[in-house]
Design a protein. Sequence first.
Length: 324
Amino acid sequence: MISNDNVLEVQDLKTHFYTSRGVVKAVDGVSFALKRGEALGLVGESGCGKSITCFSLIRLVPRPAGRIVGGKVLLEGEDLLTKNEKEMTKIRGKRITMILQDPMMSLNPVFTIGEQITETIRVHQKLGKMEIWEKVKEMLRLVRIPSPEVRMREYPHQMSGGMRQRISGAIALSCQPSVLIADEATTALDVTIQAQFLSLFKEIQEQANLSMIVVTHDFGIVARACDRVAVMYAGKIVENAETRELFNNPAHPYTIALLNSLPKMEMKVDTLYSIEGQPPELHALPPGCSFAPRCSHVMEICQREYPPQKEVAPGHFARCWLKG
Ligand SMILES: Nc1ncnc2c1ncn2[C@@H]1O[C@H](COP(=O)(O)OP(=O)(O)OP(=O)(O)O)[C@@H](O)[C@H]1O
Ligand SMILES: [Mg+2]
């Protein structure tokens, strides 16, 4: 059940990369809120800043080029941007955690599945050996790994891709985080397994009243697994609404273009978006609205000033001059 209190509140977050080409504004004033028990989808074309937004939330921005230069990340009211690294180590993985794109990257090939889950639980919870072992079994059962007693003694390469995916999910869930971030966690898998993983996660998420951020290129996944959607373009969130509202009444021309570009039948994920023109270079953003050069409704003001956020319907926000 979605409650009214915000587990996570991101305010005007800015993460920049200092490169030889100039300052890349990967995250350029991002604000959103996540309620307890809510799943928020984060969509947008490749390079718009989805992953860097997520890494900023857990304070793992690629160093030394990347730096969080402004904003607040309030987790249950505490600003994570004011924490030192030692404090962050206690928060990361325990209260806010992330499942990576490729499950092979988060699983260590030389340790058994059981050892890896044990390690995560041990770092964050004071439990006896037997209790931990029981908990490992329980977690594997939760993510539907058959014969957990046998599987926990095996290594990652002995599992299928879908199982590895669910195991990294189990590791992330084993500390009962308040916020779970899944960044493209499913793209390495085929469509059916993706759908299974997401519906399993949706089920766990609802039972545990977990809040989730799901980064995806796939609006099918958004429709199935997300309560709300935030659409990102060139480092900014340009539209944010409840899923059904966004599908029925998209307000921003970029969202409309994305939705119109959806293939009619299931296709490979990489080919989902194909809208006219190229996204802007994030180190040389045009003045005004960054979507203006590709927008078929462009007006004079769009070239000059970035549109402020407007509430176009209750709980539905967009940044577009067409909306006033
Ligand atoms: N280490 C880095 N140095 C410089 N620029 C970077 C670095 N990492 C990311 N960027 C830039 O930050 C921007 C946002 O990248 P990000 O990885 O967040 O995109 P994304 O929306 O997750 O894309 P995708 O859908 O392809 O995963 C991109 O323009 C990228 O070039
Ligand atoms: Mg990414």
